[in-house]
Design a protein around this ligand. Structure first.
Ligand code: C5P
Length: 302
């Protein structure tokens, strides 16, 4: 084999309960992730040295893609190579479609795709358990990018358990031109909620809504504790959510730490018509995606 392409999805947090910071600075989470159909594709080819390049969808600013030698893909390769006692090698190319610094775990998707692709390219045969453990060391959302589907996340988000989800949920996704820093949003949460309880809000209502398969029930149950700090940092996000709901979204919300906003729709047709209306209302980039979809997976041999 000389090369292969692995595809990894973006995530939406259907429920994001955040507790007071732990001693290690991370926040305890109870979250429900859903993988949605926006993807980064990572192609890895055999090479003697190590190179990483990227191209982006036409609406993403290439200047915001960090390829400065300490990006998460380099770190994924280093961890996997060290795990097997080998030198990293390969020529990698990332085709980005997931908003950068958008709260949709685009960097985590690239890390998960790199783990899966390099494991195959190097014939390393890493067990699923070891791959998940390496993923957790790379970032809180990386294990979920491997798993995909709909999943309950606990710990700092890295402990993932699949949730049965027979629904197909439709989303309109509105990225912002300028990203938000995740640590900054968490710091702002601490400032706004100095008395946050150590135990995050549980996800029971959200899990019931998923089991019901009813988009209106899901709309009622969506919950994000990082929405208030994200809107406080970027008041225009509050106005965007109001506009989307006035245009007929069942519910709009900030996803993860933002600034991307997602709008739940009742059907594929509803998502298409809402996307058209929100584009017409002057939002430069409006996407539609459904979930749940698979985690990082091989799509072709290059
Ligand atoms: O785990 P990850 O590298 O994605 O986290 C990025 C940053 O987000 C952390 O350095 C931390 O500031 C914040 N974070 C947090 N609590 C979490 C996850 C992330 O405070 N559960």
């Amino acid at each position: 084999m000389t090369g292969l392409t692995v595809r990894a999805p973006a995530k939406v947090n259907l429920h994001l309960g955040v507790g007071a910071p732990r001693d290690d600075g991370f926040h305890p989470l109870v979250t429900v992730y859903q993988a949605v159909g926006l993807y980064d594709d990572l192609t890895a080819r055999e090479a003697d040295d190590w190179q990483v390049g990227a191209t982006v969808s036409d609406w993403i600013d290439p200047a915001v893609v960090p390829l400065d030698g300490d990006n998460i893909v380099d770190r994924a390769a280093d961890l996997l190579a060290a795990h097997h006692g080998i030198e990293r090698s390969g020529e990698l190319h990332i085709a980005k479609e997931i908003p950068v610094s958008g709260g949709m775990a685009g960097g985590s998707a690239d890390a998960a795709a790199a783990l899966v692709a390099l494991d195959r390219l190097w014939g390393a045969g890493t067990s699923d358990e070891d791959l998940l453990a390496l993923a957790a060391r790379l970032g809180s959302d990386v294990p979920f990018a491997l798993l995909g589907g709909t999943a309950l996340g606990t710990g700092r988000g890295e402990l993932v358990a699949p949730v049965a989800d027979r629904g197909t949920w439709w989303w309109v996704v509105v990225p912002s031109a300028v990203g938000l820093s995740t640590p900054e949003v968490y710091r702002h949460f601490d400032k706004m909620f100095p008395d946050a309880p150590s135990a995050p809000v549980p996800a029971d209502a959200l899990l019931e809504a998923i089991a019901s398969g009813d988009p209106w029930a899901l709309a009622d149950a969506l919950h994000n504790d990082l929405e208030a700090p994200a809107i406080d940092l970027r008041p225009e996000l509050g106005r965007l959510i109001e506009t989307g709901e006035a245009a007929g979204a069942l519910r709009g919300m900030v996803t993860g730490s933002g600034p991307t906003c997602v709008f739940l729709c009742g059907s594929a047709d509803h998502a298409r018509s809402l996307a058209a209306e929100m584009s017409g209302a002057g939002n430069a980039v409006v996407l539609a995606a459904n979930g749940p979809v698979a985690g990082a997976h091989l799509v072709s041999y290059a």
